[in-house]
Write a protein that binds this ligand. Structure first.
Ligand SMILES: *Cc1c(COP(=O)(O)O)cnc(C)c1O
Length: 232
């Protein structure tokens, strides 16, 4: 059995050290515990140990676990199909993976039906690197404008990225730094429904580097819950 509480202590300590190294406060970095493939029991152990935010990358897993997990903030961090937005719109507190206007429009429509305003992040790519994940800087600018013009039930809270895998996370620091530049730039837009607060980047193997590059929301799974076994 994985020592979830012990792992969390270590990660929180590491977040603190990283933040100190770059003269920031550990409290400014939000830890989102990624619980894909994990049971509600395991998630509740993490919550009892102080975790406030849980991330899942599949709609089905959020629906399956929602009722059995203690009150917590849920984050949708994975690719989201428009036809599944309706299942999670009233369950999650933020959607990290918005990468098209079509998806934003559906989130807006469902949020309006529930009388709520959904916080979203735009999933972006670094201009410095080729990657299959996320939208380019030009596309991001266009998407922000479209959402602000037409989606009254969406609030844009920042950016999210998934860096390409690197054996040495230092190799992708420029990637994170580039996304941080975009975050600072787009965050200047003056609009009542754009309120940048979250730069979601960094996972188990690269979160220290991501924090050094300016991340304030790290999505950590296996370092908390152990290696995933997708066959079980
Ligand atoms: C699984 C996942 C994570 C966490 O990955 P680990 O390597 O287990 O920390 C973070 N972000 C997204 C989008 C994921 O799907």
């Amino acid at each position: 059995m994985e020592d979830i509480r012990g792992n969390l202590n270590k990660i929180n300590e590491e977040i603190k050290l990283c933040a100190e190294r770059c003269s920031r406060n550990a409290e400014d970095v939000l830890l989102c515990a990624v619980s894909k493939t994990r049971t509600p029991e395991e998630i509740n152990i993490a919550i009892d140990a102080g975790v406030t935010d849980i991330g899942e990358n599949k709609v089905q897993e959020i629906m399956d676990k929602f009722d059995a997990v203690k009150p917590v903030k849920w984050h949708m961090i994975g690719h989201l199909q428009t036809n599944k937005v309706k299942y999670i719109i009233d369950k999650v507190s933020m959607i990290h993976s918005v990468d098209s206007y079509k998806l934003a429009a559906e989130i807006n429509k469902r949020a309006a039906q529930h009388g709520l305003v959904m916080d979203i992040l735009l999933q972006v790519n670094s201009a410095e690197e080729e990657s299959k994940f996320g939208i380019t800087t030009d596309e991001t600018e266009k998407l922000i404008k479209e959402i602000l013009d037409t989606c009254e039930n969406i609030r844009i809270r920042g950016l999210m990225c998934i860096a390409p895998y690197a054996d040495d996370p230092e190799d992708i620091k420029v990637y994170f730094e580039d996304v941080k530049k975009q975050y600072d730039e787009f965050g200047k837009i003056d609009h009542p429904r754009l309120d940048f607060k979250y730069l979601s980047m960094g996972m188990s193997h690269d979160f220290p580097v991501a924090i050094e590059a300016g991340s304030n929301l790290v999505r950590v799974g296996s370092a908390i819950f152990g290696e995933r076994n997708y066959n079980k």
